[in-house]
Design a protein. Structure first.
Lengths: 269, 319
């Protein structure tokens, strides 16, 4: 990472998303900086997932725009946005059934190998793979090794050979996170990465999130576990009914009467 | 550049090829003919399995690509005196080009709609075969030159060996592909397209490349078919043949390359059995009835073995 720490990287400007009569996201503006964990809080239905869908290109906003540094993201496909450096996990983990844990990571690494976008032109991917050229086989062996190294650094070394079908829910979350980290994102969107995890797995995820921050990733973290969120986040944005009602340090946000009113009142009691 | 000498698929394929090459000297002509047909259909189905089994898509139009390969090679041979060897290359290229263009329409669609779109495209292409007088219209092409090697013009035995040599090459290539990062990425998009996209995988491009590859397999098969039969007409590449390719894929087991061969063998054999049996049971029955029975057998297999025969075999091996 050559970008200066705390430079603005992801900018969300005046984003709105309307579904029929529901304004799921209402004129939201904020920025995320490199090397920070930006918590995104809000009660159920506040628009957090929709906001992530808009940033990652799953949905196109009805108004507003998202950009990464000088590069506009709005209007691009999910894979294009990913290749520009913004990747995400899902509220329900998406597994690649049919692959092992190691192979799942290797898929991410292969995408990265070709400049963050896969596949490259057929002559560089399909033909060399089908002919089994030595270069391709060696490159694939290297991808496997790197996948193992990545799994080891995520504390998942023992899982490499397991079929993704056999994973428990918490293991799925950890794999999905490791897979997202494998593409070396600039911005990482995590949608409730702690839900459904046991305390040990929660610690594993938080450790990975902190490591990503140290590496300069801007991590956007949606989480209902308020205690954990406030402990790991550098700043917090709070949504309610699609609108941004607060933004600031965890302690400032936790003390904000608007926020307490809207959301964490009972939990702080 | 050095290639993988043989993956497991390729090694088995070489053994099978050797068995075929030996067997044709003993088999009655009828069985040699069936073997050739199974080889040609296997080639199509291996390509289709990449698209259906690995990429998780569906194509009900593969017969059209077989037809395009056959017609291209026939036109090149009859009108331009191009050797069928080059005709097969040309047939594959034209099939690939058509698949490439069609993919911009078809691959935007999903599942049932993709099935319908490929079905429709197959039918439209068949109409073109029927109406285009330059390629013989409904009466088709006659006297298509055979493959030659020096002074030797291929006989039925040579066609059996040729078709199985192509199966060996096709299964070797596909075997390399599915083990590579390309094949893994196909599996990833079929399992979780959005998840793969979030990593930077462009599913449409990946599906397009695989669809075009499946058309190459079909195009080569078609070119061999044209020279082997020496006669083609539009009815050789009808929608029913496309359905049969899907049957072969599913019966054999979708995410299995040898399943494609097993499926092709079963459907061809079953077709022969039904052709012999149905008239005994239902004297007034016509060809459509065989398709009907084939469909019934498919449904039975799908209910009993949802992952196809190859799936059942690999389960048995693991147990
Ligand atoms: N595709 C859609 N079509 C229609 N309405 C939608 C759609 N997606 C979300 N919504 C609505 O938008 C609002 C925000 O939903 P969203 O999933 O973004 O909330 P959230 O903050 O992620 O909630 P949770 O904490 O429960 O995950 C909700 O009222 C939801 O019903
Ligand atoms: Mg949500």
């Amino acid at each position: 990472m050559t970008v200066a720490v705390s430079a603005t990287t992801l900018e969300v400007r005046g984003v709105s998303m309307r579904f029929g009569g529901v304004l799921a996201v209402d004129d939201v503006t904020f920025a995320a900086r490199t090397g920070e964990v930006l918590g995104v809080m809000g009660p159920n239905g506040a628009g957090k997932t929709t906001l992530f869908n808009v940033i990652s290109g799953v949905q196109r906003p009805t108004a507003g725009a998202v950009s990464l540094g000088p590069v506009p993201l709005t209007g691009h496909s999910v894979d294009r946005i990913a290749s520009l450096g913004v990747t995400r996990t899902f509220q329900t983990p998406v597994m690649f059934w049919g692959l092992t844990v190691r192979e799942s990571i290797a898929v991410a690494l292969a995408a990265r190998e070709f400049g963050g976008s896969y596949p490259p032109p057929p002559a560089r991917a399909l033909l060399v793979a089908g002919l089994g050229t030595q270069g391709r086989r060696r490159a694939d062996a290297v991808l496997n090794e790197r996948a193992d190294a990545l799994l080891a650094s995520a504390g998942l070394a023992h899982m490499g050979d397991r079929a993704t079908e056999s994973l428990a829910f918490g293991e799925e979350r950890l794999l999905e996170l490791a897979r997202a980290l494998a593409v070396e994102p600039v911005v990482l969107l995590l949608d409730e990465p702690l839900s459904g995890l046991n305390p040990e797995e929660v610690e594993d995820v938080l450790t990975l999130v902190r490591a990503a921050r140290t590496a300069g990733v801007a991590v956007l973290l949606v989480e209902h576990a308020v205690g954990e969120l406030l402990s790991v986040a550098d700043r917090v944005v709070v949504l309610d009914h699609g609108r941004k009602i607060a933004e600031g340090t965890p302690s400032a946000v936790a003390a904000d009467p608007l926020v307490i009113d809207a959301y964490i009142g009972d939990e702080l009691e | 550049m050095s290639f993988a000498p043989a993956n497991a698929h390729g090694r088995v394929a070489l053994v099978v090829l050797a068995v075929v090459a030996a067997a044709v000297w003993f088999l009655p002509a009828y069985y040699t003919g069936l073997l050739t047909l199974i080889g040609i259909y296997s080639l199509v189905t291996i390509g289709l399995n990449l698209f259906m089994g690995y990429a998780g898509q569906v194509s009900l139009g593969q017969a059209a690509f077989v037809g395009i390969g056959a017609y291209t090679s026939a036109v090149l041979a009859v009108d331009l005196h191009v050797t069928p060897w080059l005709g097969a290359v040309g047939g594959a290229a034209v099939a690939a080009l058509v698949a490439y263009v069609l993919s911009f329409v078809a691959l935007r669609l999903r599942e049932n709609l993709l099935a319908l779109a490929t079905l429709a495209l197959g039918i439209v292409i068949n109409v073109v075969f029927n109406e285009w007088e330059f390629i013989g219209g409904s009466s088709g092409f006659k006297d298509i030159p055979g493959f030659t090697l020096g002074a030797f013009t291929f006989d039925p035995r040579a066609y059996a060996i040729l078709s199985w040599a192509l199966v060996a090459a096709g299964i070797w290539f596909a075997g390399n592909l599915v083990r590579s990062s390309f094949g893994r990425t196909l599996i990833a998009i079929s399992a979780g397209e959005l998840g793969a996209q979030a990593l930077g995988v462009d599913p449409e491009k990946l599906k397009r490349q695989t669809f075009v590859l499946s058309a190459v397999y079909a195009g080569v098969a078609g070119a061999v078919y044209a020279s082997y039969q020496s006669y083609i007409d539009p009815s050789s590449f009808s929608f029913l043949l496309s359905v049969n390719f899907v049957l072969m894929s599913v019966i054999g087991g979708l995410r299995s390359l040898w399943g494609a061969v097993i499926g092709a063998a079963i459907v061809v054999a079953l077709g022969q059995v039904l052709q012999a049996l149905v008239p005994l049971v239902l004297p007034s029955a016509r060809g459509d009835f065989q398709q009907f029975f084939l469909g019934a057998v498919l449904i039975a297999i799908l209910i009993l073995l949802p992952r196809g025969l190859a799936g059942r075999l690999s389960e048995a091996r693991r147990a």
